[in-house]
Design a protein around this ligand. Sequence first.
Ligand SMILES: Cc1cc2nc3c(=O)[nH]c(=O)nc-3n(C[C@H](O)[C@H](O)[C@H](O)COP(=O)(O)OP(=O)(O)OC[C@H]3O[C@@H](n4cnc5c(N)ncnc54)[C@H](O)[C@@H]3O)c2cc1C
Length: 152
Amino acid sequence: MKLVPLMGAAFSMAIAHDFVREQYHQLLKDIKNEKFELLDVLHHLTSGMKSVFTQTTNDGLYSIRQSLGGAGYSAWSGIPAIIEGFNPCVTFEGDNTVMAMQSARYLQKMYKKVMKGKRVSGIFQYLNMLNVPQQPCQANSPAEFANLTMVS
Ligand SMILES: Cc1cc2nc3c(=O)[nH]c(=O)nc-3n(C[C@H](O)[C@H](O)[C@H](O)COP(=O)(O)OP(=O)(O)OC[C@H]3O[C@@H](n4cnc5c(N)ncnc54)[C@H](O)[C@@H]3O)c2cc1C
């Protein structure tokens, strides 16, 4: 049970990595045509991913050690050396708190744009939903709250 969420996180990180790599190659092509729109988006994604990925890995290493019982604390397991080697990753190349704030800043920018009635595109499209007038929930009874079509 300790390792399954970490395996899920590892797959998510690999999928996100592939997406960002594609975007990066697209940006390199765009730059040759003097198009720079993806620059801000990639800054948002990579700073956020640096923060979340290294924090998840750092915290995950402690869960892995715990899952090995006492043996995880022995140098023979190799885990203490991995923890010590990985630990600076949450600080170098930009402290994780600072990186997360940089990522959040761009999201805030997109949010403010939507709140001013403008539409945003690409991976931020979901924010456009914030400007769709919301209908009050029609559900009243427990059975109606269990009915997804009534509460969605
Ligand atoms: C092992 C190691 C190797 C390194 N190698 C290199 C290297 O080869 N080349 C190189 O140039 N640099 C290197 N560095 C430096 C590294 O890049 C910096 O330490 C890192 O970017 C963090 O910057 P900082 O030390 O100024 O800390 P800060 O960014 O000042 O962070 C210090 C603390 O303040 C908090 N903080 C900072 N700003 C805010 C804010 N606005 N709001 C809330 N909290 C905030 C942070 O969360 C953190 O807890 C290395 C660092 C380490 C640990």
